[in-house]
Design a protein around this ligand. Structure first.
Ligand code: ADP
Ligand code: MG
Length: 242
């Protein structure tokens, strides 16, 4: 096993969803993502991309886990496998809130909060004060004129830009994005994806992006990690490995 610093390192991690013929099993043989690297998880619908993202986001418990390390924004390496084994959901929740940012396909913004409060939410929940990072994100994502608007008054592209600002406002080590540009037209998809990755690079954050659109992923320089279908007797299964 290499001791090189990496943002994420998984080995022999598995999770099953459902039972019997309807079940789906995700296996991660090995996955190493360097700090500051940007990767794309690709594969057809139902191949387990969101399941893997939820495992990386510490919201889904693995059934089996030989190794799962995550490096926080402070450079400290955390043994996630040991936390799951020990039932340390409190520590996992803290880790998630402090070190991870999540962008969903349709934004996932709180509808009753104006854009600026959505953006500040992750910082508020952590008890963090104002920071120039928020102003930088607002400026770079061109949100200055939209801050008092509620999500329903924003276009889909604007909502996604707010969602990206929200996911990055607390300076996470890891940004997870689940098809963040799937609802956008190709030109806006390219622009929003490029901007999101540029901001991650500026923050030194690692990005794991689920996308159907491999041409887009390639055009913004993402390393592809593709779902490999596995032949199984009962149910379906997919393996990810790098
Ligand atoms: P993708 O994001 O690649 O489309 P998902 O990770 O969402 O794939 O789903 C992978 C498989 O797991 C699918 O067959 C899906 O039906 C199944 N699945 C997802 N969530 C659940 C769940 N909560 N219970 C049972 N099966 C699920
Ligand atoms: Mg999905």
């Amino acid at each position: 096993m290499s001791d090189a610093p990496c943002a994420l390192r998984l080995r022999e991690v598995a999770r099953r969803r459902g039972t019997g013929a309807d079940s789906f099993t995700l296996e991660v043989a090995s996955l190493t993502i360097q700090q500051g690297e940007s990767v794309a998880l690709t594969g057809p619908s139902g191949s387990g991309k969101s399941t893997l993202l939820d495992l990386l986001g510490l919201v889904l418990r693995p059934d089996r886990c030989a190794e799962f390390n995550l490096q926080g924004a402070d450079g400290v390496r955390v043994d996630v496998a040991a936390l799951w084994c020990g039932g340390r959901s409190d520590a996992l929740a803290r880790l998630r809130a402090r070190h991870i940012g999540y962008v969903l396909q349709t934004g996932g913004l709180l509808p009753f909060l104006p854009a600026i409060d959505n953006i500040r939410l992750s910082r508020s929940l952590l008890g963090l004060g104002d920071d120039p990072l928020v102003d930088t994100l607002v400026e770079r994502l061109r949100l200055g004129h939209l801050l008092e608007k509620k999500p329903r008054a924003l276009s889909i592209g604007e909502r996604q830009r707010v969602a990206i600002a929200r996911a990055l406002a607390h300076g996470p080590a890891l940004l997870l994005a689940d098809e963040p540009t799937a609802a956008l037209d190709p030109i806006h998809a390219q622009e929003v994806m490029a901007l999101m990755l540029e901001l991650c690079a500026a923050l030194g954050a690692t990005a794991v992006v689920v996308t159907h659109d491999w041409d887009l992923a390639r055009s913004v320089g993402l390393r592809e990690i593709r779902a490999i279908p596995l032949a199984r007797g009962l149910g379906s299964a997919t393996r990810f490995e790098d």
